[in-house]
Design a protein around this ligand. Structure first.
Ligand code: GTP
Ligand code: MG
Length: 149
């Protein structure tokens, strides 16, 4: 089944938005397979965002992501990657639609509270990067038959 790596960034943690953000994915009907509060080391942040390393904002992005704890999550479900991107909203929170996480809860690209994988392959790559063996839970939600025919 498809999985997405979703991360509440340090601003989301500091602003007390952890419960609100987790709740949106729970209510949608995805299944939480991994969850931890984590202080990200610089080398991991650089690896995670390696495709952006030539961008002028890259040093600031690494500072931001390592500036305090993040909440790392693995969410599972058919279509979870694209759907999570829609729930999160546009990269620039001023352009994100109301009703999305960034549209409702943030104002600036450099403080956009949450990350979501941009493809199923990157979902796999990022979950392997952020979680160790044994940190994910294999479990079946009793709600699944009420969400999927
Ligand atoms: P993620 O889910 O975090 O990967 O965001 P995204 O996929 O919507 O955007 P992208 O992968 O292009 O950029 C990754 C992150 O870099 C963004 O979420 C921002 O936090 C940051 N970022 C992207 N563009 C800018 C920019 O122009 N300025 C600043 N300050 N940060 C940026
Ligand atoms: Mg991205």
């Amino acid at each position: 089944v498809e999985q997405s790596y979703i991360m509440i960034k340090p601003d989301g943690v500091q602003r007390g938005l952890v419960g609100e953000i987790i709740s949106r994915f729970e209510k949608k009907g995805f299944v939480l397979k991994g969850l931890k509060l984590f202080q990200c080391p610089k080398d991991l942040a650089q690896e995670h965002y390696k495709d952006l390393k030539e961008k002028p904002f890259f040093p600031g992005l690494i500072e931001y992501i390592t500036s305090g704890p993040v909440v790392c999550m693995a969410w599972e479900g058919d279509g979870v990657v694209a759907s999570a991107r829609k729930l999160i909203g546009a990269t620039n929170p001023l352009q994100a639609e109301p009703g999305t996480i960034r549209g409702d809860l943030a104002v600036q690209t450099g403080r956009n509270v949450v990350h979501g994988s941009d493809s199923p392959d990157n979902g796999k790559r990022e979950i392997a990067l952020w979680f160790k063996e044994g940190e994910l839970c294999e479990w079946e939600s009793v709600l699944t038959p009420w969400l999927v025919e």
